[in-house]
Design a protein. Structure first.
Length: 300
């Protein structure tokens, strides 16, 4: 197994802490770069602001821990950058601040990585790019299932920031030739949230319409990031990061007919296959779901 030295932004957040745990378990060395520390065994932390370009260049060319001083060979180079840091949704900050932090921060991180010659960059995009989640009113998708070739068209500042970030990533990939992969991350579920949330979802499926009923187990997200680290020479790619099935007990076709009536279905759906399609990560990356909700909660 090839282990990597990873520069990870936003590892103190809901998703990031589980992804870092997964990466550490696979032998990678991870430095968490965030505005607050992640207290987890084996994690090195550096407090830094992604919206400050100078801090990103400095942090990305720094030691990842005191242990790296021992070799006496100077600062090692990071093998990969995983960028999760962001304002995580609308209605936390004013819209213009959400957009500023997310877009400028992503530009700064990718620019520093490219100019420092780090050839594997993974960024967190979002399910919200599809324009359903934070829409004003009830919005239908253009087609189902939601796949990576979709013409993304959000109306909110957060979803828009993620679309811009994907374009930023594509631009830097063109100029560098490096691998830059954007993960459209679904609604992240932590292990304790199955018992807390899913019984309510099953009784009131309408509350999940804005997410197109998608979810991603935080530990399975760790697997997806690790697979991206291992998969080279794909250039610029966008991947939906979601679990195999919907976070609902209703079969997929019935779910689509009930909550998205009249929306064209562009490919055959399995009985419970996710409307937020993860076919690409299964076929291209070899994703093998480990944490289906049925392991943790009864669907009735």
């Amino acid at each position: 197994m090839t282990t990597k030295r990873i520069f990870f932004t936003g590892g103190s957040g809901k998703a990031g802490k589980h992804v870092i745990s997964y990466l550490l378990d696979r032998g990678h060395k991870v430095m968490n770069v965030d505005l607050k520390r992640l207290d987890y065994p084996g994690v090195d932390n550096l407090i830094a602001d992604i919206t400050d370009s100078g801090q990103m260049f400095n942090a990305m060319s720094s030691y990842a821990g005191l242990d790296e001083l021992e070799a006496g060979d100077g600062v090692p180079k990071f093998d990969a950058v995983v960028h999760f840091a962001a304002v995580p949704r609308i209605l936390i900050n004013p819209d213009n601040e959400t957009f500023r932090v997310n877009t400028i921060g992503t530009y700064n991180v990718i620019e520093a990585a490219v100019k420092l010659g780090i050839k594997k960059i993974i960024i967190a995009s979002s399910e919200t790019t599809y324009g359903i989640c934070f829409s004003d009113g009830q919005t239908d998708p253009h087609t189902l299932p939601l796949e990576e070739g979709y013409d993304v068209d959000p109306m909110d500042s957060y979803g828009l920031s993620k679309v811009v970030n994907e374009k930023t990533a594509r631009s830097f990939q063109r100029r560098s030739g490096f691998d830059i992969y954007a993960l459209r991350i679904g609604n992240v579920i932590e292990p304790h949230e199955y018992d807390e949330l899913f019984p309510h979802y099953f009784k009131h499926p309408e509350v999940r319409r804005r997410n197109a009923f998608c979810y991603i187990d935080a530990r399975d997200l760790g697997q997806i990031v690790d697979l991206c680290l291992k998969k080279d020479d794909l250039g610029y790619q966008v991947f939906n990061a979601g679990n195999d099935h919907n976070g609902a007990i209703i079969p997929s076709k019935e779910l689509a007919e009930r909550f998205f009536p009249g929306v064209p279905i562009t490919s055959e759906l399995g009985e419970h296959e996710a409307l937020f399609s993860n076919r690409k990560i299964r076929e291209v990356l070899g994703f093998n779901e480990q944490h289906n909700w049925r392991k943790y909660v009864k669907g009735e």
